[in-house]
Design a protein around this ligand. Sequence first.
Ligand SMILES: Nc1ncnc2c1ncn2[C@@H]1O[C@H](COP(=O)(O)OP(=O)(O)OP(=O)(O)O)[C@@H](O)[C@H]1O
Length: 575
Amino acid sequence: MTAAHAVPDAPSPAAPPPAIAASGLRKRYGDVVAVDGVDLSVAAGECFAFLGPNGAGKSTTIAMLCALAVPSAGRVAIAGHDTRADPLEARRHIGLVFQESTLDLGLTAAENLRFHADLYDVPPELVPGRIDHALDLVGLAGQRDRIAGTFSGGMRRRLEIARALLHRPRLLVLDEPTLGLDPHARARVWEHLRAVREREAVTIFLTTHYLDEAEQCDRIAIIDAGRIVAEGAPAALKAELTGPDAAPPSLDEVFLHHTGRPLHDNPELAPPDAAPASRPEAPDGPDGPDGPDGPDGPDGGAESVRARRLAAELRAVRMVWRRDLLHFRRDRMGATLSMVQPLLFLFVLGVGLSGLMPGIGRGSYQLFVFSGALVTAALGPAVAVGASLLWERQNGFLREMLAGPVRRESLLLGKCLGGATVATVQGTLLLAAGPLIGVPADPVLLVLLAAQLALASLAMTALGVLIATFVRRPQTYGTALAVMMAPLTFLSGAMFPLAGAPAWLSTVALADPLTYAVDALRRTVASRLAAPPPHLFQPLAVGSWHPPLAAEWTLLALLATVPLVWSARRFSRND
Ligand SMILES: Nc1ncnc2c1ncn2[C@@H]1O[C@H](COP(=O)(O)OP(=O)(O)OP(=O)(O)O)[C@@H](O)[C@H]1O
């Protein structure tokens, strides 16, 4: 990957800005200085390899280059865009392939690409052509409708490369693109990277532990203990070691000379038998269905930039929301299981407990617990969003979303709207059981209940997401929920009238957000009943004051927005 992409000695006035211009980059984690004053300049069109032993600072450097970690000192500009001043614009010009897979393994190859296109605001009319082109480029044209989870490791990597190229970035960053692949899969990845190089106007910056891969790049930098210890074309680095006339050493020896240890002291990373295939003929083909820059290139004034960005944020919200709905539609088992508890609540507890309460007919009691069953139906899917955020943050698609050119608030909003929609649908399904227990089949009532469920679902989702921002492991979140769910449901008055409970219990119940959701739904049901038993259907009391229904709605709206804003602030991009 050398001759056709030589680095210019000095930029001419018409030359594009460097793909990467980094100066004095430093990153400190507590006492650890991970990166210690790195300067890098990678020209547009160059292929640049970043080498270093484990822990040298490669991934940290990549995180700073991609505006995913804020440098402790120093600056980075990507294609002329400063990552501090305008991280979103800088990210628009980067296609990033993480070290670990960030595909959504439950979606097809084409769906993964489509969601990426939405995230990066690719004009919708261009998306089908770009998907075909990108899949073709990495040899996956026949696999577009296959679920990504069924792909081999090599195919996943190639799909990630296709995905990273979909928005036509100026810079393709690959963190160990062939780590863990067998020699054949490794050679295939490189074959396609070369095709990318030939056919797309893209700069490639990659880290690798394979020196034969680094050797194919225009330039190499070796980083050790956070500092760049050598930089130059592979041939020049070798020549430096021995002088121009002597037999050139291997890149291994160059690495050993600069770092004091061989790159492959980790046996897992020893060079495999098969080197990547030699450079193939440049494949024929267009720059892509819409030319090298595409029609979504840079455009005019500040107004149009603001409008474009707002549209991009809204599109990202819709993308995250649609993705959650797609998963819900595919997960029939999950949807069915989460209806079991509310049905038990309504038809088993509703019948069983009525016998324990003297003077209460079974029918009345079932009507009474109906609102609690609705909240229970929505609660499961609502709080599952917090868990899914943690799982996806740890090992999945969320990392891809966080690397995108959209604000984290948009991602969280999309996630919360997705969870709230699923929760509302689940609750609304239970509404269908209402007439069986005497809830009037009144369309106005059903619409009112569905609207309240939607608001309550958004509040429960946002509260779950907020809790998720305080814990690191999904398991911890699961434990926290297991501890909290039963008391919160019990205290909400879902099963017994709070008016009849000891004063201290009714006071504690006021701190439970579910109380307001249950009460608002119950009051709405009662408003349509001919003669609701007054001892069961007493509205919530705060001292001697009965807050009006509108106050409960307002509180639920606040319970939705405050945690959402709070979690957005806590939602760090870079861990
Ligand atoms: N979030 C973090 N908190 C504390 N220390 C960190 C963090 N991330 C990285 N480090 C430390 O910074 C140093 C550089 O880590 P980094 O992951 O950048 O190295 P690397 O060259 O990418 O390593 P590898 O080849 O193993 O992926 C290491 O000492 C690492 O332990």
